[in-house]
Ligand binder design. Sequence first.
Ligand SMILES: Cc1cc2nc3c(=O)[nH]c(=O)nc-3n(C[C@H](O)[C@H](O)[C@H](O)COP(=O)(O)OP(=O)(O)OC[C@H]3O[C@@H](n4cnc5c(N)ncnc54)[C@H](O)[C@@H]3O)c2cc1C
Length: 331
Amino acid sequence: MQHIDTIIVGAGPAGSSCAWRLKRAGRDVVMLDKAQFPRLKLCAGWITPKVMHDLEFTPADYPHAILKLNIHSHIKGLPIAWHGSPIKGDTFSIRRIEFDDWLRRRAGVDTVPHTVKTIRRDGDLYIIDDAFTCRYLVGAGGTACPVRRALFPDNRRKFRQVVTLEHEFAYPAREDICHLYFMHYGAKAYAWYFPKGDGYVNIGLGGKANYYRKCGATIHDHFRRFLADLVAEGKLDAETAGSFKAGGHPYYLYSGHGKVREGNCFLIGDAAGLATVDLGEGIGPAIESALMTAAEIAGTGTYAKEKVTQFSSGGLARRLAERFIAPKPVG
Ligand SMILES: Cc1cc2nc3c(=O)[nH]c(=O)nc-3n(C[C@H](O)[C@H](O)[C@H](O)COP(=O)(O)OP(=O)(O)OC[C@H]3O[C@@H](n4cnc5c(N)ncnc54)[C@H](O)[C@@H]3O)c2cc1C
């Protein structure tokens, strides 16, 4: 068996950010990931100024296409007069297939190709598939993280689940305007049209799983209607819309339920269910939780779920979100 001081399961933004910071602190660390990088991750790829600040880079440092977004928001199909972003500061779109691989390489930490199946604890050690042992274990394996399933059996997963459908494809961008549609086809659904640099576009739709269980329509019904609207508005041609093969992926918004730490084992990013409750932003909380965990392992800080940002928006949008959708404290 191979012993490493810290093993991180998952080399997405959460895992790579944790590895990056631990490596900088001189720690012995590896990442295990079942995917071959660069790998596709379903995601609109919207990143905020805080993400760039936390990861210490500017758009000029980024080696792939990055597009500053001109955001137009719509509520219930109607454009908002001020045509703005609910987030303060400049926001950008990246392609996850490029961004995640760049973060992983930048960390300068080995990624071992390995699908984690079994994890058990033996005294102070965690044992993974009888192949690896470690003193610190970080679960960064996304929504279905094997660390969460093995060591956090009480983390109940029925809270604040978001289901999504999306597709990213090469399409000569007609404009650099990013459209966000809130309360689209129902109070608890939202949709997006995200142009990327280099002529890619990401189109998607998401909503609370509970909403779709009750509302009588499926997310596929809503997605078809959304595509038809985009064609009618001239944002997409009918032939492309007809050839769509959208993929789905669930994830969880922040809730007061569920631990993120047990002994020297930590859950970060989607494995902990930390996406913001107002806009479903998951990259920022994944990075925040990763950096806090690295600081805790390095002995320079602490990680607590409550310290992770729960809202993306600012101003009035934030006040409304805090008033109506704030997560309840742990009971
Ligand atoms: C459709 C959609 C759109 C989104 N849009 C946005 C957006 O625009 N902006 C935003 O901020 N957030 C968005 N999110 C959320 C965001 O994608 C996630 O919150 C983010 O990817 C979380 O990063 P992570 O590192 O925790 O997990 P992931 O990125 O999921 O990485 C997990 C890694 O773990 C690996 N892994 C899993 N199981 C195993 C195993 N058994 N063994 C080894 N490795 C394993 C996987 O291969 C993967 O590489 C969106 C999500 C969806 C579904």
